[in-house]
Design a protein around this ligand. Structure first.
Ligand code: SF4
Ligand code: MG
Length: 333
């Protein structure tokens, strides 16, 4: 599989200002603080972490809805960090976003037809072709075409998310950032939408970055997982490898809260102490040390970098993982 997306040293800091008349920058929220990963064509990379860890900001920076503070984004081998104008417009066709909240992301005053065909209109697709695409899209997301003149409030949450998916597919994209697409839905509906996304991926050769706040929803759909904590990736790995043998204490804690993660093993639930520290004032050293159940003195002073576990497509940023304590040069998948 060839590489479709690469993110290199991405940072997004939001400045904090104080003073009403002559505001002065007094700090920054380090929402994304040096993130690197790549996504191969046709695969699903899950970005997982608690709310506020920077995963949505990472997604929006990739889509160029936000400008990065530092770092680069490559798409099909090309540096797109600074593309503008027509080039950016064309790029927008290929990269789409599915939103978390299908209630908020659909305009209540627009019919389904209008919602789904609008991006096509913007890109100059003629009326006949728009109608053809609309019918086909409704069909592939499992909605009856006679619904097209209806309004969002006439649909259930799951149906609205199907409409959001149809809209995201309207321009035949290659990459879709799915930003918690099922977290606002009833548990009974979540699996249907996940299955739909999987079917669509196979049928249309889509590549997904799938953002989620816990590991329970992504097991089934992901090929690889990247776990984020306070703006950084702390562990990445092939999905089964990461679920079966998590190395980072944070990943271990996230997994321990899913009862079905390891059905054959007695895993004790690891309860993390304290709250998520503020991304404007993250802890020194390992950012996780204030909550880590096994932290040692070194963790308070030295920031661990992501290191590859020899012979595996698995990386971890922790001083105490014995496989990576040797001085191996950091690599990024
Ligand atoms: Fe815990 Fe230290 Fe590893 Fe950080 S580096 S995860 S504090 S053991
Ligand atoms: Mg979010």
């Amino acid at each position: 599989m060839s590489e479709l997306l690469r993110v290199k040293g991405l940072k997004k800091h939001f400045p904090i200002y104080k003073g009403a008349l002559f505001p002065k920058q007094v700090g920054a929220v380090k929402a994304v603080d040096g993130v690197s990963f790549s996504v191969k064509k046709g695969e699903t990379l899950a970005l997982v972490g608690e709310s506020g860890c920077g995963k949505s900001t990472t997604g929006r920076t990739i889509l160029k809805l936000l400008d990065p503070t530092e770092g680069q984004v490559f798409y099909k081998g090309k540096d797109i960090t600074n593309v503008k104008g027509e080039e950016l417009r064309q790029l927008r066709k290929e990269m789409q976003l599915i939103f978390q909240d299908p209630y908020a992301s659909l305009n209540p005053r627009k019919t389904i037809e209008k919602t789904v065909t609008e991006p096509m209109k913007i890109f100059g697709i003629d009326k006949e072709e728009r109608q053809k695409r609309l019918d086909r899209l409704m069909n592939v997301v499992g909605l009856d075409t006679y619904h097209k003149s209806r309004y969002p409030h006439e649909f259930s949450g799951g149906q609205r998310q199907r409409i959001g998916i149809a809209r995201a597919l309207a321009l035949n994209p290659e990459l879709i950032i799915c930003d918690e697409p099922v977290s606002a839905l009833d548990v009974s509906i979540q699996a249907q939408v996940i299955n739909l996304l999987e079917d669509l991926q196979k049928e249309f050769d889509l590549t997904y970055v799938f953002i989620a706040h816990d590991l329970s929803v992504v097991h089934h759909i992901s090929d690889r997982v990247a776990v984020m904590y306070l703006g950084e990736i702390v562990e990445t790995g092939e999905v089964e490898e990461l679920y079966n043998d998590p190395k980072h204490p944070y990943t271990q804690a996230l997994l321990s809260s899913i009862p079905e993660a390891k059905p054959n093993q007695e895993t004790d639930r690891i309860i993390l102490q304290g709250d998520l520290p503020s991304p404007s004032n993250p802890p020194q050293g390992c950012k996780f040390h204030t909550r880590c159940p096994i932290a040692e003195e070194v963790c308070k002073h030295k920031r661990p970098v992501l290191k590859q576990i020899p012979g595996q497509e698995h990386e971890v940023a922790c001083h105490l993982v014995k496989e990576v304590v040797e001085d191996i040069e950091p690599t990024h998948v």
